[in-house]
Design a protein around this ligand. Structure first.
Ligand code: TPP
Length: 686
């Protein structure tokens, strides 16, 4: 920043008072140096990693964790803990050093020594579910910040429902230049500012260095003004001055909006020749540099040793939160019995099983009594009306396509700054920020987030969907307008490769229901999938209800099932289809019957569930008809698992076009006639 900016900084200086300093400056420095030493030594031993960020941000982390952060190492999942998100995941040694020093039992010195090794809890980038005390998986820059916005939304929402006596915590983020340069950061901070998430505090490691060198090579954004323009408080401080850090955090905690604290730091603080340069970003410092850093920092202990007095001071900081946690336990115990049970159920992520089952059953009974020819997006809205009433932790949303995605059932109030108890989030046109925030909500707990956009824009959410799958989070993406069937909007809006691309993500359930009943069943399975994210690919166009008559069994749970058997003899043809193409397969079956060919129709609402079924179940569903045909208005990739490489496929091979849906289906040959013809050709060639 130039001189002009400094005056802006001065006028924004925080005036709040911090918690009293529990230690001398010298003690602070030694505690911070313990982080620096562990980071240098672990990266050196692994011969890989990033010492620069932990060394630069050690003062910020020391102040935050010893004077402010509410946590208890004895219960890393205590629901009312403050969240700390290391958005700059490459600086993972910062969090590992902290967890070790603070006394998280699992984070032994051996684990620090095994930094980045197979089977350690100290992987290259922090991984949720792998390391107690790590709140989210970070590494892809910007995602942690996006998650933190969701965590802060969740805190406010759950607090609005259950009261501040049991839900009252802050979300802190340590973000780097890279986090703030990524586009997702803009979506996330704009949403946070709009929702006035006052308990969200971003500590920006403002070191002016990224991998290529000085930030000035590629960036000249005034981050303070950017955040302020998004409705945040913003201030800039010396990130190596513990009192300035403490005063800024105290100020931020009393704010009525989210706060950015730009902490001016020196990357690799203490390293004699590499500090302040990109040379300490992504590689070990080397023996000489480490020796020099030890001298500079006055750190005389050998590698992986922490002097007893410093270790004791860190442990004492780790013990600070225990009384607060025990007091919280009592407050929860004092809640009215049914409120307490509901609070605990939601935080445990358990479904209201009976209510959910009753809601699905009721809906299926209604659909059996009065079948509906509607789009699956409309069927999803019908399902949501029943489900959202039965599952109060569902919080919906849309990236400005609410009326198209049908994700807002009647009576669901908007969640806003003024009304945090609302259950529908207008995310704005921010698909990436939305998906990252959904992950944060699921990580926070107490909420099952679902949301919507067009299937084609899953590309805009994909990095966050991938992380949801990696972390095993129950988030549900309602992705409508799922094929050329959306019609006139044309090829920019018509997904072609998206189903295959989403199916390629491990642990993601991709559902493509064919009618109202399947839509209800897919919703039920998605809600029950505690450790998997789901996508519901839904149509714009109307579809006939193929599942008539009532059956309590959730047939979609198998992933694929025989919808219609062969008639008049053993099946010569098996027709496999998903979503809107199932009804085309049903028509093709009639055409084949007229030609004396017995065909069966298998609906495949979810490849992943089908692939996880037993071998016997799969063989039974695939059947032994000599000819297999797949029908899906998308690319063939992935289908050979079902139809074999010698199967016929009726679908798309390139981009779509702008026209009414019926014309497009004809134009691209995705018709009953063409399906029947493909089957007959295969039969004839045998
Ligand atoms: C989305 C994404 N793109 C690229 C990277 C690779 N990468 C890791 S750190 C980094 C930038 C480092 O600069 P900064 O964020 O300022 O961190 P610092 O150098 O201060 O540690 C990059 C490009 C990444 N992790 N995520």
């Amino acid at each position: 920043m130039g001189a002009a900016d400094q005056s802006v900084v001065a006028s924004r200086a925080p005036h709040g008072s911090a918690a009293p300093m529990p230690m001398s400056r010298a003690a602070h420095d030694r505690m911070a140096n313990a982080i620096r030493a562990l980071a240098m030594d672990a990266v050196e031993q692994a011969m890989a990693g990033h010492p620069g960020l932990p060394m630069g941000a050690a003062d910020i982390a020391t102040v935050l964790f010893t004077r402010f952060l509410k946590f208890d190492p004895a219960d890393p999942r205590w629901p009312d803990r403050d969240r700390f998100v290391l958005s700059a995941g490459h600086g993972s040694m910062l969090i590992y050093a902290l967890l070790h020093l603070l006394g998280y039992e699992a984070m032994t010195m051996d684990e620090i020594k095994r930094f980045r090794q197979l089977g350690s809890i100290t992987p290259g980038h922090p991984e949720y579910g792998h390391t107690p005390g790590v709140e989210t998986t970070t590494g892809p820059l910007g995602q942690g910040l996006g998650n933190a916005v969701g965590m802060a939304i969740a805190e406010r929402h759950v607090a609005a429902e259950f009261g501040a006596e049991v839900v009252d915590h802050h979300t802190f983020v340590l973000a780097s230049d890279g986090d703030l340069m990524e586009g997702i950061s803009h979506e996330s901070i704009a949403l946070a500012g709009h929702l006035r998430l006052a308990k969200l505090i971003v500590l920006f490691d403002d070191n002016g260095i990224s991998i290529d060198g000085p930030l000035a090579l590629a960036d000249s954004v005034d981050q303070l003004r950017r955040f302020e323009a998004c409705g945040w408080n913003a201030t800039q401080i010396d990130g190596h001055d513990p009192e300035a850090i403490a005063a800024a955090i105290a100020w931020a905690r009393s704010a009525d909006r989210p706060t950015l604290i730009a902490c001016r730091t020196t990357i690799g603080f203490g390293a004699p020749t590499k500090a302040g340069t990109e040379k300490c970003h992504g590689s070990p410092l080397g023996a000489d540099e480490i020796k020099g850093a030890r001298e500079r920092l006055g750190w005389t202990s050998p590698p992986f040793e922490v002097p007893t007095d410093i270790r004791d001071a860190w442990r004492a900081a780790g013990q600070r939160g225990k009384p607060t946690r025990l007091a919280w336990d009592k407050r929860v115990a004092n809640l009215a019995a049914d409120k307490r049970a509901e609070f605990n159920r939601r935080l445990a992520g358990e479904m209201p099983k009976d209510a959910l089952a009753a809601a699905v059953r009721g809906l299926k009974e209604k659909l059996a009594a009065a079948p509906k020819e509607i789009a699956t997006r409309a069927a999803s809205e019908l399902a949501l009306e029943a489900l959202a009433a039965a599952v109060p932790e569902m919080v919906g949303g849309s990236a400005d396509l609410t009326g198209s995605n049908n994700t807002k059932p009647k009576g669901m109030a908007a969640l806003s700054a003024a009304q945090p108890a609302g259950r529908f989030i207008h995310y704005g046109i921010r698909e990436h920020g939305m998906a990252a925030a959904m992950n944060g909500m699921a990580l926070h707990g107490g909420i099952i987030p679902y949301s919507g956009t067009f299937l084609v824009f899953s590309d805009y959410c994909r990095p966050a969907i991938r992380l949801a799958a990696l972390m095993g989070l129950r988030v549900i993406h309602v992705l409508t307008h799922d094929s050329i069937g959306l019609g006139e909007d044309g090829p920019t809006h018509q997904p072609i490769e998206h189903l295959a691309a989403l199916r390629a993500i491990p642990n993601l359930l991709v559902f493509r229901p064919c009618d109202t009943v399947e839509t209800a069943e897919c919703w039920e399975v998605a809600l029950a999938a505690r450790t998997s994210p789901s996508v519901l690919a839904l149509t714009r166009q109307n579809l006939p209800q193929l599942r008539t008559g009532f059956a309590a069994e959730n047939r979609c749970a198998a992933g694929a099932y025989e919808l219609l058997p062969a008639e008049g003899g053993a099946a010569q043809v098996s027709l496999f289809a998903t979503g809107s193409e199932v009804s085309i397969a049903v028509e093709a079956r009639k055409l084949l019957a007229a030609r004396g060919v017995a065909a069966r129709v298998v609906s495949v609402p979810c490849f992943e569930l089908f692939e996880s079924a037993s071998a016997a179940a799969r063989v039974a569903v695939i059947g032994d008809a000599p000819v297999r045909v797949g029908v899906e208005a998308a690319i063939r990739q992935g289908w050979d698992v079902i139809i074999g490489s010698d199967g016929a496929f009726v679908g798309m091979t390139g981009f779509g076009a702008s026209a009414p849906a019926k014309d497009l289906y004809r134009h691209f040959g995705i018709t009953p006639e063409h399906v029947a013809e493909a089957a007959l050709t295969k039969l004839a060639s045998r």
